[in-house]
Structure formats: structure tokens, C-alpha cells
Unconditional design. Structure first.
Lengths: 359, 359
DNA sequence: CTGAAAGCGCTAACAC
DNA sequence: GTGTTAGCGCTTTCAG
């Protein structure tokens, strides 16, 4: 009765996992020796190593990662904060992050900020209190002061997806400006002169950069861009729907529209369907982010494909490198995209992939 | 130089977070008092409570969750193991799990078994070593002996998605048999007599149950079911594609096909597109799992919609309840689905939702 | 090469 | 009500 037994009766209490002390006893060595063998640092004779191995095996002993974390003052966990856990873009990135980190025995603490800075702040604090070895953040805002204290505290941090100007941290982004410029060029080459944009929120640098690329392409081609052709939404499906409705209700609506993320593309498509417009006859459409179903949508959608896998991989690798060497120089990685051309712009079945990294 | 300073130079070392000792000192009380105030157990005078609050606030002190975890022998973390982190079904479930658990200050350790029992085993061991308060598992296999030791060790566990016969653990599943029976009935009502099935792997009870429902509905209607009409695949997109090809290559192919999960539905659709079949004229199609884009596919797909949000919520709640009272009786929760009827079966624009819980 | 022992920061008896 | 103190299980000096 001296331990944590529950009042719910005997047999319910949590069975205690074997400790290093028991393993040491079973092997007939000191706990230090067991520790040394398990952490693989060497310096233990083959004889004792073997004894320890056997005892560990036989007991099914697993070092307690919490105790180790307390002692080492850093755990084998990495925090990941995304802005939308349901967005396939992030789940794809997450998958590759996990794949890299599991090799090093790290485990992922997943947090969803849901685009809310307040939630993000709480999550950051919690991850710090959890003693994570590092954090990968898809930030909600581009204000560096939100993240600088975290980095100054010595926490290894990698920023992904959105850029944060002036933040001294590793980051992995894609060439958003170029990606959308090329998508718009594609529309221009098809003869479009009235090209609309469904943009994302201004606090997302991805939206800002993509919008820049759009303007740049129009400008280069000498095409006008009425203010009304740029509709800003919130990166959500409903926002995309509303924005597309506004564009279509214009007295002189665009003949082509670029939508700056995947969820808004679905919303835009919804508006197009409701009005039974012919795509691309009445309206050509380009989206952002390729998805398994993009090719089977009505119509198949031309998209800018982000290298989600490489993005996650690079982020995880940068984090590991920084954990190992906090003093190394800061890396800013920018990845290139592809344009996957489908029927929503050409009307033609099938798809063509255009790498956008070589002009 | 006595602490963990890096050879990379001064200023790089990790800044130490304030400890309870410093907070106590700043407040002019003992560490026990600080602990009592922060854990909200009461028994501290208002005066000292206020002093502690201020000191904590001023220092920005946050209790170290690792130390707390070691001392309490349980952490404020919950492990979640899914079979496919990219599947929108799981991300949706995950989102609602997170939503429930964050209220109780739990944080999620996310693991991806990728359908591989070996990976699942490693993840379970790691989560145990992390001292998680409980685990929510979407199991890879239906063999109870894989999970019984974990439960016997006293770990609170909730099984989701797939059922495990004979396992003494809480679980949340959906009424798979009924769901697919009703979907097939829908096809029968539309006059189909040759109904094919693209099933999932036999180790997934969801596939087994859904197949049962399919057979049951056919049987009730007195319809035949040639072996060749049932094609088994792996719940992946490519598997769905291959299976659909096999069905369509049959001398007497079915006039309607039910596909037992979302990814295979995309694959099946791919095969249908390649052959330029008219849906539902040449072939009617029913899928499993509703998704934001299901309504915009070519054609919009009739699906069985699983209550992903409720599923995650129920799982999280069951886990919390079991953590609080390990001795409580075991709950097996089964949720009902809806059938969302779209053009892939009726050829009609728009959608109808049929609750399947009332015969 | 091996073992003894000192804590990591916290909670929970236990004393006052 | 409040403070003192003994660990939780591990890693890492420090002796030998």
C-alpha cells in the first residue's frame, strides 16, 4: 500500500517497468556499466557488454526516456507546429520529417496552431517545458519578435513554409514568387489577358510572394491588373468560394484565375460548378499544391506542385544539424516547384510537368 | 566551463530556463509552496499564493514537464499511432483528438506505423519509454496478443478504426457492416444486379466487416456474387487502380462497384478515366470516406461518410476517463455512418444525405 | 575498464 | 499552512 496503488482494487495498478538498477543486478554489474553499454559509448569490456546485453534482453529493459531527458537536460523529441493539421500539404511534409527523425530515435510532438498566434504561443511554451531537442515551425505570423526569444533561449528552430524576414533561424521555403509568375506566364501564353487572383492572407508571406510573382508576370507581359481582379481570402475553402463568387460577379470578369492554395482551389471550384461554367472555356483555373485527386477533379486542375517531401526532409536535416552544432552558420534553403499542366487551363486530357527552376 | 558549454564558442550554450528553486527564492517561499500553487491543489494562504503568482509571472517560470513526469511517473503526453498519417481520415480524427486533449494540457506524440506491424511495435515501445499517460492506436493487425501485454502493463489504451476481437480495451469503431450493406442496397435500388467490390486487406477488420455487409445486402436481394466480382487490394491508390482494371477486364464486368476506402477510390477512378467510361451510365461507383473534394471529382462520388470528428472525440474522452479511473468497465463504442448520394450512382447533380442508423 | 555517488527539477510525504 | 527532504531513473564525473 506504500506505492501508487489505486483505490479501484488490486491488479489495476500500473506495472512498473524494469529499471536500470534491476538490469544491472541481473547482469551482475553496476548501473553505470549498463548505461554505458546502452548508450553505445564504448569503453566496456566485451565480456561485460555481453552480460549486459543478455540481461537487458531477458528483462525486456528499456531505458526510461523521461529520466534520461531530465538528466541530459534534453529529450529525444522534436516539436512540430503546423498551421493546419488537416491540410495535405502539411501531412505530406510531416511524413517526411518523421521519416528522417525516426532514424535518430526522435519522436514527434505534434501541435496544431490552426493559424492562431495565441495557440502557437502556448504550444511553443509547452514544447519548451517538454524539453524538446528542437522545434520545426510553420509560423502563423511573419513578425520575428514572436520567435526570436525562443531562438535566443538556445532552442534549435527551423522555420518552414512561410519566411520570417530578419529572424536568425534556419528555414526552408519554396520559391513562391517564381512559382506563381510561371503559372501566370502559362496562362498568358494560352492567350489570356484578363487574369484574376485569389490570394491568401497578408500575414502569410507565401501569399505575399505569390502575389508578387503574379503581378510581376502581368507587368512583364504589359497586361493590366484592375484592383478588383485581386481577391484576398483566408486560405480556407469557404474563403476561396466567396472570392471566386466576387470575381465572377464582376461586370467584366477574368477569363482565367489563379488560386493561391489547395483548399481555396476547392472552394473556387465549387463556385464554378454552381454556375455551371465551362472550364477552361469560360474560365481557366490554376491552383497551388498538387494532390492525389487533383487529376480527377472536374476538370483536372493545373497546379503549382510544391516539393513537400524534400521540404520536410530538408527541415528535419537542418534541425538535426543544428542540434548537433548550435554554432553552425544559419541556412536559408529555398526549393523550386513544378508546374503540372492539366485540362483546367488547356482543355486537353493528360498532364505535362514543367520544372520551374530553369528559365 | 563546468557546465555543458559547446566548443563552438561562448553565447551558443543553451540558456537555462528558471527552475522552481529560483521561483521560490524570488517569491520568498519554499519550493513546496510554489509547487502547490502551480499544481492548484490549494492549501496555500492567499498572501503567499499571490506572491508566488507574481514571482512566476515576473520570471516567466514554467514547470519543467520532464522533471514532473519523472517524479509523478506519468507525463502529460498521449501517444497516437496511425496507419497512414497522410490519409485524410486519420488527420481528421487526429484533429479532434488534439482538440479534446489540449484542454487537459496533454500534448500529442504522433507515430506513423505505415501499416507495418514492426514499426508499430517499435513505436509502442518508445511511447512506453516516454512514459505517456495513454495511447490511442489504429492497429495494424487484429491479433490481440500484440496489444494485450501493453494493456496488462497498466497502460491506458484506446483502439480506433479497426476492431480487435478479444482485446480487453476500450475501442471506438464504426458500424462498417451496416454502412456497406446500405451502400449496396442503394445500388440495388437503382436497379443494379451486377455489383463488384474492391475490398481491403484481410488483416483489416474494417475490410472484413464491410465485405460482410456487401455480401449480406446481395444475399438479401437474392443477387449472385461471382468470386471474380470481389477484388482484394491494399487500401492504397495503386491497389484500387489495379483492382478496378481487373474488374473491368472481366468478360462480364459489373455495372456498379463499391470501393472500401478513400485512396482506392481515387485509384479506381483513375482506371475509369483511362477507359473513358461514362459514370454512372457504364459503371456506377460508391466509395468510403467523404472528403472535401469528393463533391468536385469527375463525377461527384457517392460515399459512405464516417463520423471522423466524433470518432476522435470519443477516443480521446475514453482515454481520459481511463487514465482517471483505470478500473472502470471497458467501453466499446460503435458509431453510425451516413450515405452521401451523389452523381456517381444517380447521375444527378447535387447530393442527398441518408443517415444509416435508422432502418 | 569499472563502480560509487552526485545530481537533473520536480512532487509528495512528513514534520513542525 | 508552510518548509524540509527523500527520491523518481538516469548519465556522468570522479576515483580507483
Amino acid at each position: 500500500m506504500s506505492n501508487g496503488q489505486r483505490k479501484t482494487g488490486p491488479g489495476i495498478e500500473r506495472k512498473k517497468a524494469p529499471t536500470i538498477r534491476q538490469a544491472a543486478e541481473a547482469a551482475g554489474v553496476s548501473i553505470a556499466t549498463v548505461s554505458r553499454v546502452l548508450s553505445g559509448k564504448g569503453g566496456v569490456s566485451e565480456e561485460l557488454t555481453e552480460k549486459v546485453r543478455q540481461a537487458v534482453e531477458q528483462l525486456g529493459f528499456q531505458p526510461n526516456r523521461v529520466a534520461r531527458g531530465l538528466r541530459r537536460q534534453t529529450t529525444q523529441t522534436v516539436g512540430v507546429i503546423v498551421t493546419d493539421i488537416q491540410n495535405p500539404f502539411f501531412t505530406s511534409v510531416l511524413q517526411s520529417i518523421e521519416r528522417v527523425l525516426e532514424n535518430e530515435k526522435y519522436v514527434l510532438l505534434l501541435c496544431n496552431s490552426d493559424e492562431q498566434p495565441s495557440r502557437e504561443k502556448i504550444h511553443i511554451a509547452t514544447l519548451q517545458a517538454e524539453g524538446v531537442a528542437g522545434i520545426i515551425i510553420a509560423p502563423t505570423r511573419s513578425d520575428p519578435t514572436r520567435y526570436q526569444p525562443l531562438i535566443d533561449s538556445g532552442m534549435p528552430v527551423v522555420i518552414i513554409d512561410r519566411e520570417i524576414q530578419g529572424l536568425r533561424a534556419d528555414c526552408v521555403t519554396i520559391n513562391n514568387r517564381d512559382a506563381s509568375a510561371r503559372a501566370v506566364q502559362h496562362l498568358i501564353e494560352l492567350g489570356h489577358k484578363k487574369i484574376g487572383l485569389i490570394s491568401g492572407p497578408d500575414y502569410a508571406t507565401t501569399a505575399v510572394e505569390r502575389k508578387k510573382g503574379y503581378l510581376e508576370a502581368l507587368c512583364e507581359a504589359g497586361l493590366p491588373c484592375p484592383q478588383s481582379y485581386i481577391q484576398t481570402a483566408d486560405y480556407k475553402q469557404s474563403g476561396g468560394y466567396d472570392a471566386m463568387c466576387r470575381l465572377l460577379d464582376l461586370p467584366d470578369p477574368p477569363s482565367a484565375v489563379m488560386v493561391l492554395n489547395n483548399l481555396m482551389t476547392l472552394g473556387a471550384l465549387q463556385a464554378v460548378h454552381e454556375r455551371q461554367l465551362n472550364v477552361p472555356g469560360d474560365l481557366a483555373l490554376v491552383g497551388f499544391d498538387d494532390m492525389p485527386w487533383a487529376a480527377f477533379l472536374q476538370p483536372p486542375i493545373t497546379v503549382v506542385a510544391q516539393p513537400t517531401y524534400s521540404l520536410g526532409e530538408a527541415a528535419a536535416q537542418l534541425l538535426l544539424d543544428r542540434i548537433r552544432d548550435p554554432g553552425r552558420p544559419i541556412f536559408k534553403v529555398m526549393l523550386e516547384t513544378s508546374l503540372i499542366i492539366r485540362a483546367s487551363t488547356t482543355g486537353v486530357t493528360g498532364e505535362t510537368v514543367v520544372q520551374t527552376n530553369n528559365p
